[in-house]
Ligand binder design. Sequence first.
Ligand SMILES: C[S@@+](CC[C@H](N)C(=O)[O-])C[C@H]1O[C@@H](n2cnc3c(N)ncnc32)[C@H](O)[C@@H]1O
Length: 246
Amino acid sequence: MPLLNRLRRYFPSIRKKELEPAKAYDQWAEGYDDQPGNLMLALDEQVCSELMSDLVIRGKIVADVGCGTGRHWARLLEAQPARLAGYDVSPGMLGMLQRKYPGAETHLLRDERLPGLADETCDLVLSTLTVAHIDDIASALQEWRRVLRPGGSILITDYHPDALARGGQRTFRHNDRVLAVRNHIHPLDRLKEIAGELNLRIERCVEKVIDDAVRPYYEQQQALALYDRFYGVRIIYGLHLIAPGP
Ligand SMILES: C[S@@+](CC[C@H](N)C(=O)[O-])C[C@H]1O[C@@H](n2cnc3c(N)ncnc32)[C@H](O)[C@@H]1O
């Protein structure tokens, strides 16, 4: 293991240089679905399941922004949506999704616009573990709001801004190197403020902290220094926003 990575284990405040998301995820794509012991994916499963249990997907139009390899698609397709469209900036991640779901509707994003979705046509905009990668989050949320039907939902999960503000980084291993992806800190209050400006009601907000329940994940990654540093910090959140009904 390179010296700097060994040092980071004991001095976790040493930050890694962050790659732009499209470039980083193109490299991560091949191994993304094979990450046993990835704490964020495990917590996202919990938060997403909690928030999705309130939703009806059958016969609905769903957009998955930052869909990646389609990690949530088995669950979504099983619920029989009328249409499921995936949007992402990484051709590599979309390629992996296409391998799993040949012929799936996917779009490579170049900016915040969601091509192929007319105004007020979408029942659910889902975005998991992606929001902090988006620089202009106000424009992105405005676009998600544009496509939302009256009564429709926006469901977001992501790495918590508190953890990012404490120096947390989204990292992955590639060819024996640890790489980090660029994040932007969008405080939850700011996201809620934008939601208010877009006339979206906050239906639910779920937050989870690093506590004893997740210690085994850090032990397994030999990252107890990080665990001690982040103990008690909020690590992930989920937001369910709803447009006023028809
Ligand atoms: C951590 S992955 C999450 C993938 C999937 N949603 C999941 O939960 O497994 C983040 C994804 O967001 C994508 N992404 C990054 N910046 C984006 C942006 N500005 N708009 C849409 N997707 C973006 C990345 O390419 C990547 O596929």
